[in-house]
Design a protein around this ligand. Structure first.
Ligand code: S3P
Length: 438
């Protein structure tokens, strides 16, 4: 499906973006691992999360939908061997976390995914699981399909080469089956939803910054996990698209409710503030152990920025929309410290450069980011059809760009947006965005 976005009237209203994808996956997985019934409110019903729900059923948990966003997961205090290979579709988080969780039990599972997921690196998960004593097999050199045979694992101390919550979480979940304390360090802290939720379900989890600056998390194996209600805040990564639209469309004034503001996810809001944005947190509170708040965003003149590399993990999924915003800024924006973007649902650095150039915006590709020469408000030509390689965030970023470009922008493979933001078009249209099928 191709979608087209054209210059729109003001983006305005008051709305709640869909539930957080990262927290939704974890709620289903921990619900399946725990004993008892976990009630989840605000679950994201996107394709990625639904794949994890189906996977948890295949591992023996009872997973039912009680209403819109309301789900119940009854775990048996452990996972059972699935009868068939498990297809995670497009979801890197789903497959990586589940490979870790599955390794903690005496079962063999085969993991598969779609074309994009089958190109993404899995050795980063399989290798530490092997080190813990699981047996893994990938006939494609560390890609899917992969088989993991779990059992009694040994605790390890693992220094991850990447600040990746998926790697960290897979090890922490596998560590639930190890006798003793498992330690994972990462170059800087990545999102900590797994740690927060594990603690809420009864595990002992500790985090600290090591003397060498690395972030260290440890978990004690074989805890008794107890079902625990989870309220999922709105996804800051989805909120970012609506916020960006409000920033670049003249006259906009938008309120986004209940947006997750976990500091390890909030880098986008810090960066738009540096760009001169009128974004304000109106009210901050707690939703299920995660901070959340109401954010007001108004149209603003933006300036180019060079966010510190230290911030990149806290906005790793927002680089595409930040690159689109930078096109409307005055001056140059340097996005760096994000080589991981090359192994997301697509090579996001290459695709943003290609798409921005097609839309008449000068930019340069760097190994770990890109430099965008902003054209200022009203100065982005647009008028292109952008290739997304089936990457939901590339598609949404260029649709937002099209809302303030001089000529309409078309994106291909827009059906993939449903992996993370099921009714993106309806949501944006209700706020005043002119997005329609091309
Ligand atoms: C996620 C972690 C990030 C992020 C992804 C979701 C998670 O990936 O890009 O969209 O829920 O743990 P990495 O851990 O690979 O950085």
């Amino acid at each position: 499906m191709r979608l087209l976005a054209r210059a729109s009237g003001p983006i305005q209203g008051r709305t709640r973006p869909p539930g957080d994808k990262s927290i939704s996956h974890r709620a289903l997985i921990l619900g399946a691992l725990a004993e008892g019934t976990t009630e989840i409110d605000g679950l994201l019903e996107g394709e990625d999360v639904l794949a994890t729900a189906a996977a948890m059923r295949a591992f023996g948990a009872e997973v039912t939908q009680a209403g819109a966003g309301r789900w119940r997961v009854t775990g048996r205090g452990g996972l059972a061997e699935p009868a068939a290979p498990i297809d995670f579709g497009n979801s890197g988080t789903g497959v990586r976390l589940t490979m870790g969780a599955g390794a903690a039990f005496p079962l063999t599972a085969v993991y598969t995914g779609d074309r994009s997921l089958s190109r993404r690196p899995m050795a980063r998960i399989l290798d530490p699981l092997e080190a813990m004593g699981a047996r893994t097999l990938s006939r494609t050199g560390g890609l899917l399909p992969a088989t993991v045979r779990g059992g009694t694992l040994s605790p390890i101390a693992y220094d991850s080469p990447h600040a990746s919550a998926q790697i960290k979480s897979a090890i922490l979940l596998a560590a639930l089956g190890a006798d003793g304390v498992t330690r994972v360090s990462e170059p800087k802290a990545s999102r900590d939803h797994t740690e927060r939720m594990l603690a809420a379900f009864g595990a002992t989890v500790r985090s600290e910054t090591r003397a060498d600056g690395r972030h260290l998390v440890s978990v004690t194996g074989r805890p008794k996990l107890r079902a625990c209600p989870v309220t999922v805040p709105a996804d800051p990564s989805s909120a970012a698209f609506a916020a960006a639209a409000a920033l670049i469309v003249p006259g906009s004034d938008l309120i986004l409710e209940d947006v997750g503001l976990n500091p390890l996810r909030a880098g986008f809001f810090d960066t738009i503030a540096d760009m001169g944005a009128g974004a304000q947190v109106l009210d901050r509170g707690e939703t299920g152990g995660e901070s959340a708040g109401m954010i007001r965003v108004r149209h603003a003149a933006l300036r180019g920025v060079a966010p510190p590399d230290q911030r990149s993990a806290a906005m790793i999924d927002e680089f595409p929309i930040l690159a689109a915003l930078a096109a409307f800024a005055d001056g140059e924006t340097v996005l760096s410290g994000a080589a991981e973007l090359r192994v997301k649902e697509s090579d996001r650095i290459a695709l943003m450069v290609e798409g921005l150039r097609a839309c008449g915006v000068d930019c340069e590709e760097r190994p770990d980011g890109l430099v965008i020469h902003g054209r200022g408000a009203g100065g982005v030509p647009g008028g292109a059809e952008v290739r997304t390689h089936g990457d939901h965030r590339i598609a949404m970023s260029f649709l937002v760009l099209g809302l303030a470009a001089r000529a309409p922008v078309i994106v291909d493979e827009a059906e993939m947006i449903a992996t993370s933001f099921p009714d993106f078009t309806g949501f944006m249209r209700a706020l005043g965005a002119d997005i329609a099928e091309a």
